[in-house]
Design a protein. Structure first.
Ligand code: HMG
Ligand code: MG
Length: 301
């Protein structure tokens, strides 16, 4: 086994976690969440996205949120930019990293960003070039790397194909995303192996939605390959508007508990993270989606 000794987590809660929320979440609450995440030790936070407000109304306050967060020099703040229009809007807010997001399945690409995989790469290429010219890091999210809500199972070759296209336009690192949480360890491993044909182990991260309760097992499968970058969402918030029924990312609290239990460092203070989760769950008026947070809160009494 090739287990890493430390792991870096991007909390995607403010973006992936909240994008699908039907009730309006004020910018002030999103800013409060980002603050609590960085106070808990998160060193990478996905803050918002610059997408069409008609498609994803919850992210329409991107400028306000980015302007309101108190930036810590040790933290990387990333944002989603699907095209040049989004990038031009984002750049005004000086993100540390932008994320272009494609899919390994054609149908999901169409539903999510209204274009084919090939067209998406054409749209991303000038975004990547402009970002890199300004010294902004570039990440590529790859959706549906094991399963697609419209096409079913996705072959690893499709993941490898997308990873190669991303690499070809200058994307620096990629997320292997299980958008609908149907992945199981061997399939997730195959998706990573296909990606590793194009990117090094330090340039790949796991992004697992926990719809079917497989995300921690999939995290372990990726760890065993040597993957040490993961994305998760505080309280297990979220879902994608274009993946019906898919629930949130694996809860950051659950990933941190597992890693610390395995002796793998994250730099995250679990108690403060649980407080961050309570803050947002309290606002949303629902219980935490994290098993670990629930257990710890029950013990706190
Ligand atoms: P489109 O309709 O094909 O774009 O949308 P268009 O260029 O034809 O423009 C149509 C209208 O959108 C125009 O406005 C544009 O100005 C506007 P109108 O003239 O009609 O008033 N527009 C924009 N407005 C704001 N920001 C922009 C922008 N671009 C065009 N950047 C587009 C294409 C990608 C914009 C659209 O399909 C969209 O916004 N989709 C939403 C995608 C999204 O946010 N999905 C969720 C995030 S991805 C995800 O959750 C997966 C991930 O977590 C990994 C995983 O789990 O799999 C990352
Ligand atoms: Mg996601």
């Amino acid at each position: 086994m090739n287990l890493p000794t430390r792991v870096k987590i991007v909390d995607v809660g403010p973006r992936d976690g909240l994008q699908n929320e039907k009730q309006p979440v004020p910018a002030e609450v999103k800013i409060g969440l980002v603050q609590r995440l960085q106070d808990a030790g998160l060193r990478e936070i996905e803050v918002t996205s610059y997408v069409s407000p008609k498609w994803v109304p919850q992210m329409a306050d991107n400028h306000e949120v980015m302007a309101g967060i108190r930036r810590d020099s040790g933290v990387r703040y990333s944002v989603l930019t699907p095209n040049l229009k989004g990038f031009e809007a984002a750049v005004l807010d000086q993100p540390d990293e932008i994320v272009v997001f494609g899919a390994a399945s054609e149908a999901f690409s169409q539903k999510n960003i209204n274009c084919s995989i090939a067209e998406s790469i054409e749209r991303f290429a000038p975004v990547v070039e402009a970002a890199r010219a300004r010294g902004i890091h570039v990440r590529g999210a790859m959706s549906c790397t094991v399963g697609c809500p419209y096409e079913g199972e996705v072959a690893p070759a499709k993941v490898g194909y997308l990873a190669g296209l991303m690499k070809g336009i200058g994307v620096q690192r990629v997320d292997v995303a299980d958008t609908i949480g149907v992945g199981t360890p061997r399939k997730v491993r195959a998706a990573f192996e296909a990606t590793l044909g194009h990117f090094g182990i330090d340039q790949v991260s796991g992004h697992f939605h926990d719809t079917y309760g497989q995300a921690l097992a999939n995290t372990l499968a990726a760890l065993e390959l040597g993957v040490w970058n993961f994305q998760s969402s505080v309280s297990g918030l979220g879902g994608c508007p274009y993946a019906k029924g898919a629930t949130g990312n694996v809860a950051t609290e659950d990933v941190v508990f597992m890693l610390h239990g395995m002796g793998i460092a994250t730099g995250i203070d679990l108690d403060r993270l649980i407080d961050a989760g309570q803050y947002i769950s309290g606002f949303l008026g629902r219980k935490s989606g994290s098993r670990v947070a629930t257990a710890v809160l029950n013990k706190r009494g």
